[in-house]
Structure formats: structure tokens, C-alpha cells
Design a protein. Structure first.
Length: 147
């Protein structure tokens, strides 16, 4: 039995997750890239537009337009940074729960897969994923941002 090609499996998973995200975005009335922004805001906590730009690589003008639209649609809110009046903090609104609900089936499927592994297997998978995440962030941040 030959070992699976992990790069091929990762590429296939990336494709399936992109398709899932596209469908959920459509269902929520969002654009697929909106989900990335909303997820970063939700996961990283209140953050600045500069943080989002660095994390996502979006051009400043593109990001500004997206944030204005997401705020108008009630997905995010802005508050002035108490330490720097020129900066704002962005946070997800309770509307983000709509996205959690849309992902509920996928989340449950992932939990079932994880539950089929013993603790040592889950630890090995978690370690592999953490290392892949680190590698992907290292590579993505090596690209120079353009405006």
C-alpha cells in the first residue's frame, strides 16, 4: 500500500472548502471573499483595517469598500480605537451567528470525522494541521502587498 499524496489531498480539500464557502456565501447574500474577512474578524477579535489588510492581502481600496458594505449590511460594526483616534476597531456583530448556522452541517461532519480517531491520531492530525497552517502563513506573508 502506498502512502497517500498529502499535497494532492490538501489541494482537493482546499477546492471542496472553496466550493462550500461559495455556496454558503451565496446563501447568506455575501461574496465569497466576505467570508474570509468576517472569519478573520471573528477569530482574531476586534481588529483594525490594517490588521485585516495584512492578514488577507487585500488592497486598501478593495478592503475599504468591502468593510463599508459589510457594515451597512449589519455584519460588522466599527468603534474608534480609544488609544488612537485615527484608527477603528472592527468586530463581528451577532449576525455572524447566521454563518455559524449555515456551517452547522459541515461542522457536525467534521466533528464526526474527528471522533472516529483516537486521541493519539487526533493529536497527530492537529500537529500536522498546525504545522501546515504555520507554513501557509509564512509563505503568504512573504508576498509583498500592493496597492
Amino acid at each position: 500500500m502506498t502512502a497517500p499524496d498529502l499535497n494532492d489531498l490538501i489541494r482537493s480539500l482546499r477546492i471542496e472548502l472553496a466550493i462550500l464557502n461559495d455556496r454558503i456565501a451565496d446563501q447568506a447574500g455575501l461574496k465569497p471573499r466576505d467570508l474570509d474577512l468576517l472569519d478573520v474578524i471573528d477569530r482574531d477579535g476586534p481588529c483594525t483595517p490594517t490588521h485585516l489588510r495584512r492578514r488577507t492581502g487585500l488592497r486598501a481600496a478593495t478592503l475599504t469598500g468591502m468593510l463599508v458594505r459589510l457594515e451597512a449590511e449589519g455584519w460588522i460594526d466599527r468603534s474608534q480605537d480609544p488609544h488612537d483616534g485615527r484608527s477603528t476597531h472592527l468586530r463581528a456583530t451577532p449576525r455572524f451567528e447566521e454563518l455559524r448556522a449555515a456551517y452547522a452541517t459541515a461542522t457536525e461532519a467534521a466533528h464526526l470525522v474527528a471522533a472516529s480517531f483516537d486521541a493519539a491520531q487526533r493529536e497527530a492530525v492537529a500537529d500536522f494541521l498546525a504545522q501546515m497552517l504555520h507554513a501557509a502563513r509564512t509563505v503568504s506573508t512573504s508576498f509583498e502587498l500592493r496597492d
